[in-house]
Design a binder for this molecule. Structure first.
Ligand SMILES: NC(=O)C1=CN([C@@H]2O[C@H](COP(=O)(O)OP(=O)(O)OC[C@H]3O[C@@H](n4cnc5c(N)ncnc54)[C@H](O)[C@@H]3O)[C@@H](O)[C@H]2O)[C@@H](O)CC1
Ligand SMILES: Nc1ncnc2c1ncn2[C@@H]1O[C@H](COP(=O)(O)OP(=O)(O)O)[C@@H](O)[C@H]1O
Ligand SMILES: [K+]
Length: 509
């Protein structure tokens, strides 16, 4: 599913209005009707007090139109117009008049007003600002937002939590509505998925307001949401007459004394994700534990006992995944330099494989094109430098990807895979996955997909998707706290099964 910028959404609105020969207030009416249907299907006429806080733009207009429809359906409502500007939109004014025609008189909140009381059982509809927010809300408006946040009421935001701009982090993090639920028109907004702004959104749902499908399908967006449907089009079914050679020979390079477990996790994940053959290249101290624990994995133990000083691979592997548990011993660094010179096809580079790079920038030039780098936030900062907000981070990562022609997997909740100009936002995974070694499992999985012939970008997005799904299945058995990297690993098979389940068919009675 595509993620549109504010500019693209305004364009889609305009295009739809012209093509469908409707007026902008008819589109607003559609939006408000969808909001009403969502609320009504849940409340079914329950006597609950609904307080609508409406701005003076089109987001406020949506709120006013919703208020009217709620009133027509006999809901108890109170409407507050938050008078933060003289520049009221045409459709806001039209809907204000329509509301007054129904004998509903909103109260007007100004900078010197006392805020209305909000009871814990009330529902607050937040229609202050939508995607048009372009500067910090005034202090008194921000204080109203804090006041709403401090109430115990359930907060339903229209389109986007008010106070969140579409193109940058908030000016003041306390001047943003914390939404229990966001009903967003037509397309999800990028801010729902970024660490600094996603915290304002508990749950979200898309309401289809009938924007022109052709326009939406044709649009080229900077970000996309990765979901099952998309990944099904990437999946490569296994042919009956295949053999292990069909699925490639992956080499996992890593480990040092006390960190052989990282290679264990990555190699097992690589096998369980479908690689034909897996060889682990480790220092001597890794030989016995790996041979004992994972009989399916071949082990190449190099000369030194505690760390790798030589990463020579005596055959041509399909793909190399490197970095987990590697350490940054001087000789390991130099062996890594030689490995990068040797390997010409896309690699997967994680953990210390990445930590080595900033101190040895010449190595970055040797990274094969289309390699996949999988940094967590700290590793990313070492690679691209600090950022002031998530938007700057994404710009920096895009520039890095373009400069070095590599794929970057920004790990975290809603992992974003970036390649050149575009970001792919993952939808699976949970906070239980914030646990030691879960990144090693991911590296093994992505490496396995490349071994099986997936093109690197698909290997990255599909690997991240499956890893999150395995984590979700693990968490559904154990809960978040008890989930471990091994728990994720053990659910890779279940993740494939869940992913490949037959399409749901609607059963008609
Ligand atoms: N354009 C359309 O046809 C549709 C728009 N819809 C709604 O319209 C919203 C966008 O409406 P608008 O573009 O009117 O913008 P908003 O309602 O988000 O903001 C209102 C106006 O306030 C001004 N403003 C921005 N930041 C401010 C600040 N800090 N303090 C004071 N004033 C500020 C801006 O000029 C902006 O136009 C969407 O989020 C959605 O809810 C929906 O009705 C669907 C159809
Ligand atoms: N809150 C979260 N929600 C979803 N996934 C998460 C969350 N926290 C971490 N993860 C995932 O867990 C993995 C952690 O990787 P990493 O930090 O490299 O762990 P390690 O170094 O211990 O192997 C990443 O794939 C990341 O996306
Ligand atoms: K809003």
């Amino acid at each position: 599913m595509k993620i549109f910028s504010a500019h693209q959404i305004y364009e889609a609105d305009k295009f739809t209005i012209e093509k469908q020969q409707i007026s902008s207030d008819e589109l607003m009416e559609r939006a408000a009707t969808k909001l009403f249907e969502w609320i009504h299907s849940r409340l079914r006429g329950t006597s609950v007090n609904i307080q609508l806080f409406c701005g003076i733009g089109n987001n406020g207009g949506d709120g006013m139109a919703l208020a009217r429809i709620l009133k027509e359906n006999e809901y108890a409502i109170q409407v507050h117009v938050v008078n933060y500007s003289e520049k009221r939109s045409k459709d806001f004014l039209l809907n204000l008049e329509r509301l007054k025609d129904r004998k509903v008189w909103p109260d007007f909140i100004n900078s010197d007003s006392t805020f209305p009381e909000i009871a814990p059982n009330d529902i607050v509809v937040d229609a202050l600002f939508g995607i048009g927010l372009n500067r910090s809300p005034d202090t008194w408006v921000g204080n109203l937002m804090k006041y709403i946040n401090a109430s115990k009421a359930f907060v339903l935001s229209v389109d986007i939590p008010s106070g969140l701009p579409m193109h940058r982090g908030p000016w003041d993090p306390s001047f943003v509505i914390r939404a229990n639920y966001v009903l967003s028109f037509q397309v999800p907004k990028l801010v729902f998925f970024l660490p600094q702004t996603g915290i304002y959104v508990d749950q979200w749902e898309i309401l289809d307001i009938g924007l022109d499908k052709e326009f939406l399908n044709k649009a080229d967006t900077d970000f996309e949401l990765i979901d099952r449907e998309q990944m099904l089009s990437v999946y490569k079914p296994r042919p009956k007459f295949s053999h292990k050679g069909t699925y490639g020979h992956a080499v996992i390079v890593g480990g040092s004394y006390g960190k052989i477990g990282a290679v264990h996790l990555a190699s097992r994940a690589c096998l369980q994700s479908g690689a034909g053959l897996v060889t682990a290249l480790v220092p001597q101290c890794g030989y016995l534990p790996l041979q004992t624990a994972v009989p399916e994995v071949m082990v190449l133990a190099k000369d030194r006992e505690k760390e790798l000083s030589n990463m020579e691979i005596p055959f041509k592997p399909t793909v190399v995944g490197v970095g987990m548990g590697l350490g940054v011993h001087e000789e390991t660094v130099s062996a890594m330099g030689s490995l990068l010179k040797e390997v010409k096809s896309p690699m997967v580079i994680d953990a210390d494989g990445l930590n080595i790079m900033p101190k040895h920038p010449e190595m970055l030039q040797e990274v094969p094109e289309l390699s996949i780098l999988t940094p967590h936030p700290k590793e990313l900062e070492r690679l691209v430098g600090p950022w002031k907000d998530d938007f700057e981070k994404l710009d920096k990562v895009k520039a890095f990807s373009q400069k070095h022609h590599v794929i970057i997997v920004i790990k975290g909740a809603h992992t974003i895979t970036v390649f050149e100009e575009k970001g792919y936002v993952n939808t699976t995974g949970n906070p239980g996955m914030a646990t030691a070694g879960s990144g090693d499992v991911l590296t093994g999985m992505i490496t396995a997909l490349i071994a099986q012939g997936y093109e690197p970008l698909h290997a990255a997005t599909f690997g991240v998707y499956l890893h999150g799904l395995a984590g979700d299945m693990g968490a559904s058995q154990k809960g978040y706290e008890a989930l471990t990297a091994s728990g994720i690993l053990e659910n890779i098979g279940n993740a494939y099964l869940n992913f490949l389940r037959p399409q749901e068919v609607e059963v008609k009675e």
